[in-house]
Every structure is written in structure tokens, then in C-alpha cells.
Design a protein. Structure first.
Length: 303
């Protein structure tokens, strides 16, 4: 059963005749903590220096379950007019491992009470499939060979932001990369389009409500929607609930401490019958915020 499952995972990735059309970008329950994971226009928008590291284990206890490790940093430069950042993400499912390294740049136009940012990212993606760990009927079948190939990619995005709201649009990977497998060029990726937004409602001097929505579109697949509702208390504590396509529900908690650190955790429970409610998803993230330059903001940002 174990090898059968791994074989199915690999089959979904290569789809013997050609293309896999599915949600292939990593999923994030805490994406609003660091929107740079889906939009390069976000780098520099906080008007300071920020760094983070995160780990997500999807469907805990399920053999070959997806896991994602991410780390990055971004800083505002030139009087907060431009931003620069770097992001590293490793996404693993079964015997398939994709590692991304991206450099990011953004330019910000200051409007009356908001700012409009445009961002680009460029980097390398390593596609890896270790078929040697599978038990198949014909070990010499070239369609199930080991893959370890590096590809170049580009991404772009735009974002409108103020202290009360944020709206973003992005395509993190513009190139539909293909890898050589069994003497054939096989496309393993389709472009993902992201549209997201959030708003802050001030309920009192201590409490704020922050609903957010993330829409993800991939050619040939239904649109995906993440809906979150967070409560901010004293700009220090955050608790929230969320759903993804009404097929998964979860809650999150976050604490900001010592004026520069952030620790967040999210628990997600699937409700569809194919996975089962006992295979929960766990995500944890740590963050650091600094203001090394005189023009940097020392206070917390709502987004």
C-alpha cells in the first residue's frame, strides 16, 4: 500500500502523456503574516526590516504527506521608496521535492493615504523526483527515472496598501517550466494567479477585526478560496479562524513580544472524505522586525 501511494503521487506529477494541472504552489495558512511568499510587491512595504522562518506539515500522519519549509527577509530602502528581499522555499510531497530561491525587488508610489507597489522576482527552481525509492513493475522504465533539474523563473505582482486595507494581485511564477523525463519534455507546472485582500475594523482602542480573503486560480482547475477572520488585541495578541474552500477549517494564534519578535501557529482540519478529519495540518512561524535605518518605522503594521 505504501509503494502504491508513492507511485500514485509520482504519477500525478508526471502524467505520462503530458501536463499536470493542479494546485502546485505550496499552501500557507499564515500567508498574511508574510505576503511576500505569494507577491514580490510586498517587500519593503512595512517600511522596516523583517525576517521569518516557517514550517508547515500537511495531513500529519498520512504517508508521503506534503511538507513546506520557508525562510526569507525583506527590507525597505531609499527612504522607503524601494524594497528588496530574498525567499527560499522547499516543498516536498512523497518522493517529489521542489526547492525555490528567489530575489525580489519592488518600487512604491506614495499616494494620498496609501501606497501602490509593483514587484518582480527572479530565481531558480530545482525540480527533484527520486523514483529509486519506489517499487515498480519495470525498474528500467525511463518514464519513472530520477529527476534533478534546475530551471529559471520570473514572477510579478502589484499591491495597494494603507494602514486600514491591503489588496494584491500576483503571478509568482510566470514560466511554465518543463523537465526532461524519459526523453520527453514534461510540464510539471501551470501559472498560479493570486488575488487577495484584507481590511482592519477598529472596534475599540484595544480590539481590531481583520478579515482577509485569498483567491487562487490555475488554468484547468476550479478557483480556490481562503477566508480568514482575525481578532487583534492590544497589537500584541492575535486569534483567528479560517476555511479553505469549505473543505478545511482551522484556527490560528499569534503573539508579538519584546517589540520585535512574532510567534504564530495554525491548526487546520480537513473535512473531505478522501483525507479524513484525523489527518490534521500544523503550521508554525517565527518572525523578526527591526528598524536599522533612520527612515524606518518602529511601530507595528496592520499588514
Amino acid at each position: 500500500m505504501k509503494n502504491l501511494y508513492k507511485f500514485c503521487v509520482l504519477l500525478l506529477m508526471v502524467v505520462a502523456a503530458g501536463e499536470a494541472r493542479s494546485q502546485q504552489d505550496p499552501l500557507y495558512g499564515l500567508y498574511m503574516n508574510n505576503p511576500m511568499v505569494i507577491n514580490p510587491a510586498y517587500v519593503g512595504s512595512t517600511n522596516n526590516l523583517q525576517a521569518f522562518a516557517g514550517y508547515r506539515m500537511q495531513w500529519s500522519g498520512f504517508d508521503g504527506n506534503p511538507t513546506t519549509v520557508s525562510a526569507g527577509g525583506q527590507v525597505a530602502l531609499r527612504d522607503n521608496k524601494v524594497g528588496a528581499g530574498v525567499l527560499v522555499v522547499q516543498d516536498r510531497i512523497g518522493e517529489n521535492t521542489n526547492t525555490n530561491l528567489n530575489g525580489m525587488f519592488s518600487y512604491k508610489l506614495k499616494l494620498k493615504e496609501s501606497s501602490l507597489s509593483f514587484g518582480m522576482q527572479a530565481g531558480l527552481i530545482n525540480y527533484g523526483i527520486d523514483a529509486s525509492k519506489l517499487t515498480i513493475q519495470d525498474p528500467g522504465d525511463p518514464a519513472f527515472g530520477t529527476v534533478n533539474q534546475m530551471k529559471f523563473n520570473l514572477g510579478a505582482g502589484a499591491m495597494l496598501k494603507s494602514e486600514r486595507f491591503m489588496v494584491g494581485l500576483s503571478v509568482p511564477r510566470l514560466v511554465n517550466n518543463a523537465v526532461s523525463l524519459g526523453g520527453q519534455e514534461v510540464k510539471l507546472y501551470q501559472q498560479h494567479l493570486y488575488l487577495y485582500g484584507g481590511y482592519v475594523f477598529h472596534m475599540s482602542n484595544r480590539i481590531q477585526l481583520k478579515p482577509t480573503v485569498l483567491l487562487k486560480g490555475v488554468k484547468g482547475t476550479p478557483m480556490s478560496a481562503d477566508v480568514n477572520m482575525n481578532v487583534l488585541i492590544d497589537q500584541k495578541y492575535v486569534v483567528g479562524v479560517f476555511t479553505r474552500n469549505l473543505n478545511a477549517y482551522g484556527w490560528l494564534a499569534q503573539i508579538n513580544f519584546m517589540e520585535r519578535y512574532r510567534l504564530a501557529y495554525a491548526l487546520e482540519i480537513p473535512t473531505n472524505k478522501s483525507v479524513g478529519t484525523r489527518f490534521t495540518t500544523h503550521e508554525i512561524q517565527i518572525g523578526l522586525r527591526l528598524a536599522p535605518f533612520s527612515y524606518h518605522d518602529k511601530g507595528l503594521s496592520n499588514f
